[in-house]
Ligand binder design. Structure first.
Ligand code: GUN
Length: 281
């Protein structure tokens, strides 16, 4: 039976360290670390995520600046707000919650955030630094949290076969780069991969971010593997991951639950990125 990786407890540990750092920043600079959070439109899942992020800021003595813009906000209006926040000395990090409404091009908008304030690590400069192995960029929150979750098991990443299922810009690609930077041998699979099961069965570390409910079943997992489930899907029974938890927990060595696994660590790493950004100014 797999050991359950408690993302909530690990996130609490990071947040208690962050509170100390944020307090010390306030003592040194006479202002709080600041994070601007922008949400556009009425996506209900985004509303929950943003609420969690703002609550976590409060827990860590980080000042949050919340912007809730109408669905019909234009790209120009959103970019104007970003430019204002880029210039605001109270703001150390800027986050634009994705997805944006269809009429707004995400890449164009994200490119307007100054890389130093890109708390999500989505800017091309930060993504590029990650791929080049340059350590001074901001690493995307979910991938950074995934590495911490794997490290918390005590299983070394070096030399292991890590299989990533999913190739998104916000999880699959950056987590593959981070696993590589940690000396894993990395295979990236996706919706067009042939013989997926043959590949996942060879994974010592399996990271799943494909957005399909209970997609990875017990017969696809190697005995003793570390399984990280990034999925956040809603089905008839409520929230579930991309991994069939009840089946896979009998095969894996370690597994993250949904909820309570990757999600809390994403939020904790966002706050880490924000405090890191403030301190490095
Ligand atoms: N949408 C889904 N995940 C994320 C994330 O980590 N950051 C932002 N800004 N939007 C998201």
């Amino acid at each position: 039976m797999a050991e359950i990786i408690d993302g909530k407890a690990l996130a609490a540990k990071f947040k208690s360290e962050l509170l100390v750092r944020a307090n010390s920043f306030e003592n040194s600079y006479g202002r709080k670390v600041g994070l601007a959070v922008i949400r556009v439109g009425a996506n209900p899942a985004s509303a929950v995520y943003v609420r969690n992020k703002i609550k976590a800021c409060n827990e860590c003595n980080i000042r949050s600046f919340s912007f809730e813009l109408d669905e019909d906000t234009s790209s120009e209006q959103l970019i104007e707000l970003i430019h204002k926040l880029n210039a605001d000395v109270q703001v150390d990090g800027i986050l634009v919650q994705l997805p944006l409404p269809k009429h707004i091009d995400e890449r164009t908008v994200l490119a307007e955030i100054v890389p130093q304030k890109d708390a999500d690590g989505f800017h091309a400069i930060n993504a590029g630094k990650l791929f080049l192995g340059e350590k001074d960029g901001t690493v995307a929150c979910t991938p950074r949290g995934i590495i911490e979750l794997i490290k918390s098991t005590g299983v070394p990443i070096r030399g292991k076969h890590a299989v990533v299922v999913g190739r998104s810009n916000i999880v699959g690609k950056p987590v593959a780069a981070l696993l590589l930077a940690n000396d894993a041998t990395v295979t990236v699979c996706h919706s067009r991969t042939v013989n997926l099961k043959e590949i996942t069965l060879t994974a010592d570390i399996l990271v799943v971010a494909i957005g399909k409910s209970k997609f990875i079943t017990a017969d696809m997992v190697k005995q003793g593997a570390v399984v990280i489930d990034v999925g956040m899907n809603r089905d008839e029974n409520g929230l579930c991951g991309d991994v069939d938890f009840d089946g896979v927990k009998n095969v894996a060595g370690y597994i993250t639950p949904v909820p309570g696994g990757v999600g809390p660590m994403t939020v904790a790493m966002l706050l880490c990125n924000t405090v890191d950004g403030a301190v490095h100014e």
